[in-house]
Design a protein around this ligand. Structure first.
Ligand code: PEP
Length: 251
C-alpha cells in the first residue's frame, strides 16, 4: 500500500500586509519548538508577500506557494502573474482552480488544466481544486460534478509530475459548515478511484487528496483522519499562527 505523507496548505487569499509576517514568525517558532510536524507545511500568501514568506519560512521548513498563476509564461496580461514568476519568487506550489477563481473570474476546468500545465512547466506542484456547489449536492450531483472537474482540470502531465488534488465543497468554504465525515470519506474515495483508473494503481494511489472548507482547530483531527484525506487546504484558520499550528498538529 502507498503511504502518502500529509500536506497542510494555508491559503491567505487577499489578506496580508508586511506585518502579517509576524504571524509567519510565530508559526515558525511553534513549528520549531513544538513536536516536529508530521505534515509538509505550505503557506500561500498574496503575491506581494511571496518572496518574503519563501525567505523567512525556509529555516523552519515552511514552503511558499502561490494562489493562482496565468497559463502563459509571459506577455501582455496586465495584473497577472506567471508560474515562472512564482517559482522565481521562491514558490514550490501553486493553487489553481480555487472556487473563488472559478466563480469570480469565470475560470473553466480547461483554463485550470492549462494553468496546472504551466505550473508543472515552471517546476511548481499545482494544487488543483475541485468541489460542488450546495445546489449540486442537494440535487445528488456532487460526485458527478467533481468527476467532471477532475477529468478536465488535471493535465495528462500528472502521470509524470507531482500534482495535488484539493476537494473543497464550495458551500463549506468560509461558511463554518462542513460535510459529514461520511460525506467526506465517500467523496475522497470516489476521487481516489478516478485517479487510479486514469493514472494507474501506483500513480493514482500516490496523489495527495486534500480536504478544504471550514477546516478549523476544532474539527481538524477527525477530518484529517478520514480515509483518503491526505491533508488540508485551510483558508481563514491559516491566518492565525496558533490556529494553523493546531491544525498542522492534528495530523
Ligand atoms: C479555502 O479558501 O480554500 C478554504 C478552505 O477556506 P476556509 O478554510 O476559510 O473555508
Amino acid at each position: 500500500m502507498t503511504t502518502i505523507s500529509p500536506l497542510i496548505a494555508g491559503n491567505w487569499k487577499m489578506n496580508g500586509l508586511t506585518h502579517s509576517l509576524d504571524e509567519l514568525s510565530e508559526l515558525a517558532r511553534l513549528l520549531t519548538t513544538g513536536e516536529a510536524p508530521r505534515a509538509l507545511v505550505v503557506v500561500c500568501p498574496p503575491a506581494t508577500l511571496l518572496a518574503a514568506v519563501a525567505a523567512q519560512g525556509a529555516s523552519s521548513g515552511i514552503i511558499a506557494g502561490g494562489q493562482d498563476c496565468h497559463a502563459q509564461a509571459s506577455g501582455a496580461h496586465t495584473g497577472d502573474i506567471s508560474a515562472g514568476m512564482l517559482a522565481d519568487a521562491g514558490a514550490q506550489y501553486v493553487i489553481v482552480g480555487h472556487s473563488e477563481r472559478r466563480s469570480d473570474h469565470g475560470e473553466s476546468s480547461d483554463t485550470v488544466r492549462a494553468k496546472a500545465e504551466a505550473a508543472i512547466g515552471a517546476g511548481l506542484k499545482p494544487i488543483i481544486c475541485v468541489g460542488e456547489t450546495e445546489a449540486q449536492r442537494d440535487a445528488g450531483d456532487a460526485e458527478a460534478i467533481v468527476a467532471t472537474q477532475l477529468a478536465a482540470s488535471i493535465p495528462d502531465a500528472a502521470s509524470l509530475h507531482e500534482v495535488i488534488v484539493a476537494y473543497e465543497p464550495v458551500w463549506a468554504i468560509g461558511t463554518g459548515r462542513t460535510p459529514t465525515l461520511d460525506e467526506i470519506r465517500d467523496m475522497h474515495n470516489a476521487i481516489r478511484s478516478r485517479l487510479v483508473s486514469r493514472f494507474g494503481d501506483d500513480k493514482g494511489a500516490s496523489i495527495r487528496i486534500l480536504y478544504g472548507g471550514s477546516l478549523k482547530p476544532q474539527n481538524a483531527r477527525e477530518i484529517l483522519n478520514v480515509e483518503n484525506v491526505n491533508g488540508g487546504l485551510v483558508g481563514g484558520a491559516s491566518l492565525l499562527a496558533k490556529d494553523f499550528y493546531t491544525i498542522i498538529s492534528a495530523v
